[in-house]
Write a protein that binds this ligand. Structure first.
Ligand code: NAI
Length: 473
């Protein structure tokens, strides 16, 4: 930056173009704002380029490959056999990059253009409460803004004793490996470790998960995560819980992890080591120390109910503010912040039913209250369960693992929480988020006609369990 350089006046500047930033930009444009978005990489952020979307593509390839393998080994109960299936890994990666990621990010770019959002490629840094310096390939520019939305997301946490590099990889590198690992070691059995581990396990790798807590998938309860744990073990892979990674040594062929479990030191050798021990907010390289924006001690931006920071015209959304690091959380907050900036009459909803999903095999999903969160008021709530084993559609799909669990208020039967383990959990949870958000009761659900046969009927059946009048269990 050159001292004394002239700044260009802009109305609303959005920093970052992930599911927080691009949604905020489009919504603000729809509400009449002139928007400039600053992005240092590709439009779409982590989620579209190196996160949610490419991982789902690889997870899908893994499922298809497993199905074909079962068919080739004549392990399907319905007598289908195919000749030796082969996976072309280069083709699978090309499909993921060119047909899934590129198509989606291209679409977002077009939407931004359609809404006349100016896109500046560069790295933004605050100079003061009203000015940003944007470093670009061929120079820099200063922007003097009326409002700003910080949507810069997060990045993987590195373990200082074994930094990323070579065979020690983060989730980004794990999505574009040149080969399917023979043995993938995973430190951190949270959602990233379990999803990517599951994908590579389905693609033929052995996996070993080292998890510090007493169960993997910490965002879900043990009854749910135990189903995934058992599947990993049954497939010949390993899970070490209450285990702590200590050090890692790599050669050009493999990597050896030393970890501790129950006071015992153990080692495991594989060809790659994925470190997925959480993510940290991208707030440290933004020049926020040049502003009056307040951070929490974890480096998150303190915000109001409409995502205003301590500097009222600077907003922050998504992974940089407290709460779960979820793409759909960022998109929701984006719409609230854009509306607040545009002065639109949008109610700030403080009772948000925030769903979360793990795209493991099989899927886990949760929304609202959990058995853990209501454990101190069990006299006022009811927990009801319906197994997929009693659902005709699940049986016809040969996929009967899991259950639907509803948590309802005893008094009126209002649905306040739900968990799903099983086929289609990621899609089925939406209906329950809608139910919670709209204060529906179990009776409202059990009296809603569901098409037969569907997985969705299991929600109606679970509601009938809550009503005390089940038909199918
Ligand atoms: P995470 O917080 O879900 O899991 C990290 C795990 O690593 C924890 O269970 C922790 O106990 C363990 N751990 C930490 N240090 C360790 C050590 N030294 N040795 C052994 N275990 C250790 O973080 P993750 O999986 O990296 O995901 C980051 C964020 O991304 C999460 O907040 C998640 O919500 C989000 N995300 C969401 C997805 C989804 O909604 N499907 C998919 C991918 C990511």
């Amino acid at each position: 930056m050159v001292v004394g350089a002239q700044a260009t006046d802009v109305d609303l500047v959005v920093i970052g173009s992930g599911p927080g930033g691009y949604v905020a930009a489009i919504r603000a444009a729809e509400l009449g704002k002139k928007v400039t978005i600053i992005e240092k990489d590709n439009v779409g952020g982590v989620c579209l380029n190196i996160g949610c979307i490419p991982s789902k593509a690889l997870i899908n390839v893994g499922h298809k490959y497993q199905d074909s393998l079962k068919e080739s080994e004549n392990k399907t109960p319905f007598g289908l056999t195919v000749e030796s299936p082969k996976l072309d890994w280069v083709a699978a990666q090309k499909w993921k990059d060119e047909k899934v990621v590129a198509q989606l990010t291209g679409g977002v770019g077009m939407l931004l253009k359609k809404h006349k959002v100016d896109i500046i490629k560069g790295t933004a840094e605050f100079v003061d409460n009203e000015t940003l310096n944007v470093e670009q390939e061929d120079g820099f520019q200063l922007l003097h803004f009326q409002n700003a939305i910080i949507a810069t997301g997060s990045r993987p946490i590195e373990i200082p004793s074994f930094p990323f590099g070579g065979r020690i990889i983060d989730s980004t590198a794990a999505l574009s490996l040149k080969e399917i690992p023979k043995h993938l070691i995973i430190v951190g059995g949270g959602v990233i470790g379990s999803e990517l581990g599951g994908a590579y396990r389905n693609l033929g790798a052995k996996i070993t998960i080292i998890e510090g807590l007493d169960h993997i998938l910490n965002g879900f309860d043990k009854e749910m995560s135990d189903i995934i744990h058992k599947r990993v073990i049954d497939a010949g892979s390993d899970v070490f819980t209450s285990a702590k990674a200590i050090s890692a040594e790599q050669t050009d062929k493999d990597v050896t992890l030393t970890f501790e479990q129950n006071g015992e030191t153990k080692t495991v050798t594989g060809d790659y080591l994925l470190v997925s021990v959480g993510r940290k907010p991208n707030t440290d390289l933004l020049g926020l120390n040049n502003t009056d924006v307040k951070l929490t001690d974890r480096g998150l931006i303190e915000v109001s109910d409409s995502y205003q920071s301590s500097v009222p015209h600077i907003y922050a959304i998504g992974d940089v503010v407290p709460g779960p690091m979820l793409a759909h959380k960022a998109s929701f907050q984006a719409k609230v912040a854009a509306a607040a900036i545009a002065g639109a009459d949008e109610a700030v909803d403080l009772h948000v039913a925030m769903p979360a999903v793990a795209y493991t095999s099989t899927e886990l999903a949760t929304v609202g209250e959990t058995p853990e969160s209501v454990k101190d008021r069990m006299d006022t709530v009811k927990i009801s369960k319906f197994p997929f084993a009693a659902n005709g559609r699940a049986l016809s799909m040969d996929d009967t693992t899991g259950f639907i669990r509803l948590i309802t208020e005893t008094k009126e039967g209002a649905i306040i929480g739900a968990q799903i383990v099983g086929p289609g959990a990621s899609d089925l949870i939406s209906g329950l988020a809608l139910a919670i958000e709209n204060g529906l009761t179990s009776k409202d659900i059990s009296l809603t006609i569901q098409p037969h046969p569907t997985l969705g009927e299991a929600i109606m059946d679970a509601a009938e369990v809550a009503d005390g009048m089940p038909i199918h269990v």
